[in-house]
Design a protein around this ligand. Sequence first.
Ligand code: URA
Length: 432
Amino acid sequence: MRAVDIIMKKRNKECLTEEEIAFFIDGYTKGSIPDYQMSALTMAIYFNGMTDEEATYLTKAMLHSGDVLDLTGIEGVKVDKHSTGGVGDKTSLVVASLVASLGIRFAKMSGRGLGHTGGTLDKLESIPGYSISLSEEEFIRQVNSIGLALVGQTADLAPADKKLYALRDVTATVESIPLIASSIMSKKLASGADVICLDVKVGSGAFMKDLESAGKLAKLMVEIGKSFHKNMTAVLTNMDEPLGYAVGNALEVMEAIDTLNGKGPKDFTELCLEISSHLVLDAKKADTIEQARKLCIRQIENKEALHTLAKLVKAQGGDERYIYNPSLFKIAPYSIEVCSLKNGYIGHIDALEVGNVAMRLGAGRAKIGDQIDHSVGVVLRKKVGDYVKKGEPLAVMVANTNEIEEEKNRLIHSFTIQDEQVYPKLILKVMK
Ligand code: URA
């Protein structure tokens, strides 16, 4: 088999076989197929697409390019969730705590933030002492003893995806449905959970800008998961504004804690309840989605989910006092307000731009390996649908300097203010 023939086949809009895809991924992972041939293939896939079958073969090849976690040592059903990447998305912290507080095993390996999107690991590290590194044995032992673990990748999971994603990032081939689906699903399948809920973001702050393409991506990921005998749900959710009010690491953990105290933002609380309810239902802890939702609400009201978060933090070396007293979090000293230039309703908040402002303040990384500042970020004062008067604050930048004119300008222009009121819909579709 020759790489060039496989590239030519895809260039000519033909379907690749399982053997051809496996040959290409194996050669690329081992280094016998160079970046330039992989780039040519991904560009051909970008333009000519893949059938669902080809995407499943690609997922399988990437899944088997490295370790596959064996979670059989964990008793009961193991659940996991994944978001395709959003701004202000601290959902994993709340969902993990809620679901695990009901006795469901939540075993999650998370990622770090890159570009305008944040990562769960960075958020957790704003809690002093929290360690994201557990060995595979410690990971399994912790899930068995307290019901949950939230760690960085321990094993060498889907190394082909790691290499390929970095290549796609610099060859303008990220936004391809089969490539995104196989990238996400190879990692999810390698992490070993039985029940998976995917939060597929739609809108200006997401990879998928419209409902149709997000639906295609969700359907493909659900089908791939099912072909590996996983219990799959995909929830399509609006990313036409940041989720909740807080964007930035410590600020987001504080908002997650508020949510577990029953005082979270409406949209964020709703998303957490939606995802948690699907996991509870699919883990067979409830007979209907309504019953699952009631259970989740109860775990917030009786503070069991909050106590579960504290247990997680303590088990991973963090200071659990922060969970009960969020004023302990170190927050940057300058709060700089951005005020509205006119009266009107908020029609749209460019989540991508808000994420970029938070990143430029130091909350995120422009490139892999950059240091981040957990204490900075952006806190919205208005959300889509709210009325604002001229001179009233739209958002606050929490920063370590007050010389941030450019960020201020960017932030103000990320708000669209209009005469008509809009009523944003958060949960756009659920697919099983
Ligand atoms: N997230 C991933 O892990 N992979 C993609 O291709 C896009 C988003």
